[in-house]
Design a protein around this ligand. Sequence first.
Ligand code: GAR
Length: 205
Amino acid sequence: MMNEKIKIAVLVSGGGTNLQALIDAEHSGEIKSGNIALVVSNVKDAYALTRAENAGIENITVSKKELGSQEAFEDKLISELEKRGIELIVLAGFMSILSEKFTRHFSDRIINVHPSLIPSFCGKGFYGLRVHEAALEYGVKVTGATVHFVNEIPDGGKIIMQKAVKIRECDTPETLQKRVMKIAEWKILPQSCEKVCQDLLSKKA
Ligand code: GAR
């Protein structure tokens, strides 16, 4: 079918600026092969939920704390995603590591944005501001962002896109985080999302 689009769910935990970049890209037509059908937060009151609400996108919270275990949390996630026929999962600042059971269930259908040039400053313990603190502490002159497929190894799946960002002498973790988001993450996440949706559509045809 010509007009068919890939059904996307975006998983979030916080402010949701990457979610906003995806919403804006869908509105502008940059994302044309997919449709953001659902936003799931694992944190109640995450501002990302308000962004989804403002854009008229269905949004729910699935809380590991309330469900009691990682297994119950992932089972609930799977059932919410399957119930809606979700075909692509985008992790956009989702701060929970998913098990092998989950990643295998949606094999080649989960992508993530990470705020460094993988394989630097990634894996367990490297998330959010900590990634930029580590980059500054190490003294690298170039950092950036990576979008990759998600498998059972944290930040270990196949790379889809990367974009480099130069570090300035005066950078703090906060200034660096903002610049990496603006120059790299908010650009390569929507671009990667469109690319993966196009690939999934062509596999369907
Ligand atoms: C982003 O910088 C994202 O790359 C990072 O958290 C931030 C979320 O911001 N994700 C990770 O560190 C995952 N390992 P946002 O909620 O404004 O999109």
